[in-house]
Write a protein that binds this ligand. Structure first.
Ligand SMILES: [Zn+2]
Length: 381
């Protein structure tokens, strides 16, 4: 079994939030009008969404139905994963096709923090993690990290800056756990070895590397007793190893997507926000390739857009969250097979150029009323 955890922290980044948010009541008519400008035919477009199953994703789905005039096909798995096995059925349900993928994150306007969402349907309007699936996936990694923060100690012994490392964090043979890039922390000897100068019952004592001492300052080592490394255990110093069962979409897909970036995620100011951004970036990259290769999409017009849904916690009396969309990237395919991709800034500019007026949008109330008043059709058995 290959080791799925990379031993390096790849920078992701590039996902801009500032000036990139768009309310769904503006995003959806703009997306629809962009489709029309690309030659998509009104009334023949089958939208699809790849959203999490969370109830907070309901309002965006309603807005898709309103502006595209049909309930969207469902491409989504929990956590904002695209079920790429559903491309075939989606392709059969329309002439021109749209896929909207979004990971999501809650936002609390009172505390101005990301990662929670107020559940008005709970007994006491409780705030809980959002996306809950992302939170669930990163919890194990957070616990491992907190153990390491508390069990790597800094101290000065006989004037030497020392790092005391718990034995569990030094075991290279573990199937799963947090592992250290020892080069970043500990001085190597002339043979490139990290040899302890003292062995304790549950830990080993090493000389701190001069690079690390310079980075955090010598005063961090001068406490009266050994002090935990705490927040000085930065994302470049460690990585994770974990045996995640082989990919089965919807079960462990999200964790596979995120494991390499966990050091960045769990040390970020808002871990669920960072995780959701990274998941959106990875899902766009993976899904774009599957669409290009998908036979059932050949000869069809298709627009695939990825982004992040920010679910702003509803206030009492508000039925839905005020969801904002942050676009990340888009792929547009013409029926002749030619295609192009659009990066975040360019994509935002294209969307902003579109009209927010959509004469084709449906009046949901009238449509529901029409169904209520429609003549009964008997189902014969
Ligand atoms: Zn979710």
């Amino acid at each position: 079994m290959p080791d799925l955890a990379s031993n390096m922290v790849e920078p992701t980044g590039g996902f801009q939030m500032q000036g990139m948010m768009m309310r769904y009541n503006l995003f959806m008519p703009r997306l629809y009008n962009w489709c029309l400008s690309l030659g998509f035919k009104s009334g023949k477009i089958m939208p699809s969404r790849a959203f999490c199953s969370d109830e907070s994703q309901g309002y965006p789905v309603i807005m898709i139905a309103k502006h595209f005039g049909t309930f969207p096909f469902n491409h989504g798995l929990v956590g904002g994963i695209v079920d790429t096995h559903r491309h075939g059925p989606h392709a059969e349900h329309g002439e021109d096709l749209v896929i909207i993928q979004a990971s999501h994150v809650g936002y609390d306007p009172q505390s101005q923090t990301f990662g929670t969402y107020r559940r008005l349907q709970t007994a006491d309007n409780e705030d809980s993690p959002n996306c809950g699936k992302v939170d669930n996936v990163i919890t194990w990694y957070k616990n491992e990290y907190q153990f390491a923060q508390q069990n790597i100690l800094l101290h000065q012994i006989n004037g030497m800056n020392c790092i005391i490392v718990d034995n569990q964090l030094l075991r290279e043979d573990l199937d799963e756990g947090l592992l250290l890039h020892l080069d970043k922390l500990i001085e190597t000897d002339s043979n490139g070895q990290h040899l302890p100068f003292k062995i304790l019952s549950t830990a080993k004592v090493f000389a701190a590397s001069s690079e690390f001492v310079e980075k955090i300052g010598e005063s961090a080592f001068m406490g009266k007793k050994p002090e935990p490394i705490g927040s000085e255990l930065t994302s470049d110093i460690f990585y994770f190893r974990r045996e995640i069962p082989h990919i089965k979409e919807g079960v462990h897909h999200l964790e596979h997507n995120l494991i390499r970036f966990m050091p960045q995620i769990i040390t970020a100011q808002f871990p669920i926000l960072t995780a959701s951004q990274i998941n959106t970036q990875i899902e766009f990259d993976l899904t774009f390739r599957t669409i290009v290769k998908e036979h059932s999409y050949r000869g069809k017009k298709l627009l695939f857009i990825s982004g992040l849904n920010i679910d702003i916690s509803p206030q009492s009396g508000q039925l839905f969250p005020l969801t904002k969309f942050v676009p990340w990237a888009a792929y547009v395919q013409d029926s002749d097979g030619s295609y192009s991709t659009f990066e975040q800034l360019e994509l935002m500019q294209i969307l902003e150029q579109q009209s927010v007026s959509n004469p084709d949008q449906i009046d949901m109330e009238a449509a529901i009323q029409g169904m209520t008043e429609a003549e009964e059709i008997k189902v014969h058995l």
